[in-house]
Design a protein around this ligand. Structure first.
Ligand code: FES
Ligand code: FES
Length: 163
């Protein structure tokens, strides 16, 4: 019987528009979007927390919608537009949410912050949140072990009022 370790690993070519730049790479069928971004494209702003879809640290925008990149296979997003925390600011200027997080001291260790900000950007684009309670509800997939939630909500409220 053939030794499976002798078989070449299958790689699939994909192309992603990441933060406005076309990136092509070859990935294994099981490579998550999170690992493709962090390990292959060196975009380590997106964090790996639970790797099981439970913490939201890996949240990025895919075609403008927030997704947990640890639950998303890279091959399924061939051709998609991806925005990570590195791509939110423009021309050296912080995104309003990044500025609001600074203004409101909305992070402690900062590990959850990229996911929180990407998720909040998706939330604002959805236009569904009208008040602090709805922000809390619609951001409930993003966990913060430091407990910076009140300041996170205040930061998102600030960005929402200015958008
Ligand atoms: S790392 Fe993806 S949800 Fe926790
Ligand atoms: S600021 Fe530390 S996990 Fe959120």
């Amino acid at each position: 019987m053939a030794d499976m370790t002798d078989q070449p690993l299958e790689r699939i070519p994909i192309s992603l528009l990441v933060n406005g730049t076309k990136r092509t790479l070859e990935v294994a069928p099981w490579t998550t979007l999170l690992d493709a971004l962090r390990d292959r494209l060196a975009l380590t702003g997106t964090k790996k927390g639970c790797d099981h879809g439970q913490c939201g640290a890996c949240t990025v925008l895919v075609d403008g919608r927030r997704v947990n990149s640890c639950l998303t296979l890279a091959v399924m997003k061939d051709g998609a537009e991806i925005t990570t925390i590195e791509g939110l600011g423009k021309d050296g200027t912080l995104h309003p949410l990044q500025q609001a997080f600074i203004d409101h001291d909305a992070f402690q260790c900062g590990y959850c912050t990229p996911g929180q900000i990407c998720s909040a950007a998706g939330l604002l684009a959805e236009g569904r949140a009208r008040d602090a309670d709805e922000i809390r509800e619609l951001m409930s997939g993003n966990l913060c072990r430091c407990g910076a939630y009140p300041n996170i909500v205040a930061a998102i409220e600030q960005a929402m009022s200015r958008s």
